[in-house]
Write a protein that binds this ligand. Sequence first.
Ligand code: 13P
Length: 253
Amino acid sequence: MKRKPFIAGNWKMHKTIAEAVSLVTSIIEKLPNPEQVEVGVAPPFTALSAVAARIGNSALKLVAQNVFWEKEGAYTGEISPLMLKDVGCEYVIVGHSERRQIFRETDEMINKKIKAVLSFGLKPILCVGETLEQRQKGYTFEIVKSQLLKGLEGLSSEHVLKTTIAYEPVWAIGTGKTASPSQAQEVHHFLRGILGKKWDKEVAGSIRILYGGSVKPDNVKSLMQQPDIDGGLVGGASLKAESFLQVCSFMEV
Ligand code: 13P
């Protein structure tokens, strides 16, 4: 089965509401054919509502950067999956390495978040990836396998099929240092193999595995040519319409 490419822009902690609306307006104007590539943006929470209104009926997808696992309650500062559904999100990034490292999110917390996201009919994007030290010590495969299996623990095939995986080597994030296409392909292929063993062939063949880490207009094509790379989770290059749209038009680059 052919997997439709998916490019999502993770804006991280950038953009006021006015800046977010301006950026999304420029993106929508030149959005590539949605039959060929699915495109999403993940603004900060404060801009979700305004960006959702601007997206309207366009094919652009709204993505949240994080979530808490409870529906409501005394959790000061947190946002629930119900609220993300309410504002118009379709996808939620879970377990980004910045959340794992800076905010001490564990695999158990990430698993709870993924289950909560799915129970509200939202689609999780589970991030996995090794640090430079882990790569240098030869632990890459062990680390990503553990993050993948713990993050998806207890999920049915039906739920795993609604999940997207993002392989984001920590050493490639915001550093300008991209994993080479073959380095990324090796890990993507490995992750797909694990999904096939733990769930089934349909899951392994259908699930999209995105690459993230210094994806730019000049390296996206060679990454996307790899058989197991199904898209990108783009940080820095998603903050300007021009570079993001160039990344999204990787087929024409
Ligand atoms: P950069 O594209 O800025 O390296 O960020 C990648 C990332 O963390 C996307 O989630």
